[in-house]
Design a protein around this ligand. Structure first.
Ligand code: ATR
Length: 269
C-alpha cells in the first residue's frame, strides 16, 4: 500500500486527503493518505517515525514548512529559494527529498484561468512565507513582479534574493505605482482576521484580475469582496492553487501530473 500523509497543526481542516484520493483514483493508484497532527516539540521525531514505518511521502502545512525544509537531505531549486517545504518524498536510497509545489500550483491555476501571459505586470501584496513560496515559478513564467509590503525591508530582501531570476522590485504599500497591473495577488495573512490590506482603491480599479491566495468555502474572502466592490472584472480565491499544489506534489511522488479541472468542478471543498 502507498503510505502518504499531510502533517500540520491544526490539521482537521485540511482538504489534502480528499484531493489526493481523487487524483489516486483518477490514476488507478491505491493510496493510504492520512491527516497527521504534528507536535510542536516532537515534529522531527514524528516524521522520522512516519518514514521508518513505511511512509513514502507527505505534504507539510503550517506551521512546519520551514522545519521540514531543514530536516530534508536534498532540495529542489524552487524549494531552496522558498526556504520552506510542502512536499517530502523518501528516495530509494533512504534520503528525504524536499520540494515546494505552492508556486507551481499558483502558476498552473493562473494558466487554467487564462490569466498568464508572458511579461505581465503582477502586483503581489505581502512579503511573508506565502509570497516567498511562489516567486521563483512566477519569475520563471516571465512575470514582472512588484512586491508591496507593510514592512518595506522584507519586500526588499525578497526582491534582492530573487532579482537574478527576472524582473522584481519592492515598494511600500502607499507607494504602489498607479500604472495599471495585469493581475493583483493577495498573499498577506490579513484575510484570516477578516481584514483587507490597505492600498489605494484606484490601484484595484485599474486592474481587471484579482487573485486571493486564501480561499473561503461558500463566500468571498475579504480581499475578493473588496476587489468586487472596486469593480475588478474577474476575481478568484486560492482553491485552484490548493488543488494545483496538490497535483504537483502527486507528480513528485508518482511521476504523473493528474488532471485538475474535474476536481475543481466536482469536489465540494
Ligand atoms: P504567511 O506565511 O501566511 O505568508 P507571514 O510570513 O507571517 O505569513 O506573512 C504575513 C504577511 O501579511 C506579511 O507580508 C505581513 O506584512 P509584514 O511583513 O509587514 O508583517 C502581512 N500582514 C500581516 N498583517 C498585516 C497588516 N495588519 N497590514 C498589512 N500587512 C499585514
Amino acid at each position: 500500500m502507498n503510505k502518504y500523509a499531510v502533517w500540520g497543526n491544526p490539521i482537521a481542516q485540511s482538504k489534502s486527503p480528499e484531493i489526493q484520493q481523487h487524483f489516486a483514483q483518477q490514476q488507478n493508484i491505491t493510496l493510504d493518505y492520512q491527516r497527521m497532527l504534528g507536535d510542536e516539540v516532537r515534529f522531527e521525531q514524528q516524521l522520522a517515525q512516519f518514514f521508518a514505518s513505511g511512509g513514502q511521502g507527505c505534504n507539510i502545512t503550517a506551521p512546519f514548512k520551514e522545519r521540514a525544509f531543514r530536516l530534508a537531505d536534498l532540495h529542489s531549486e524552487r524549494c531552496l529559494m522558498a526556504e520552506a517545504c510542502n512536499t517530502l518524498k523518501k528516495l530509494p536510497d533512504g534520503r528525504l527529498y524536499a520540494d515546494n509545489t505552492d508556486g507551481a500550483g499558483l502558476v498552473t491555476d493562473l494558466q487554467r484561468l487564462g490569466w498568464l501571459q508572458p511579461q505581465q505586470r503582477i502586483l503581489i501584496l505581502g512579503a511573508g512565507g506565502a509570497t516567498k513560496g511562489v516567486l521563483l515559478p512566477l519569475l520563471q513564467a516571465q512575470q514582472q513582479i512588484t512586491l508591496a509590503n507593510r514592512t518595506l525591508a522584507k519586500a526588499q530582501q525578497l526582491a534582492d534574493k530573487f532579482q537574478s531570476y527576472g524582473s522584481i522590485r519592492a515598494v511600500e504599500l502607499d507607494h504602489i505605482p498607479v500604472k495599471p497591473f495585469d493581475v493583483i495577488i493577495n498573499a498577506t495573512s490579513l484575510g484570516l482576521q477578516g481584514k483587507v490590506v490597505e492600498i489605494k482603491s484606484k490601484i484595484m480599479q485599474k486592474c481587471g484580475l484579482a487573485y486571493d491566495m486564501q480561499y473561503a468555502k461558500g463566500s468571498d474572502t475579504p480581499f475578493i469582496a473588496w476587489a468586487k466592490q472596486c469593480g475588478t472584472a474577474q476575481t478568484t480565491d486560492g482553491i485552484g492553487m490548493l488543488i494545483g499544489q496538490a497535483a504537483h506534489a502527486f507528480e513528485v511522488w508518482f511521476g504523473v501530473m493528474p488532471e485538475v479541472s474535474t476536481l475543481l468542478k466536482n469536489l465540494n471543498l
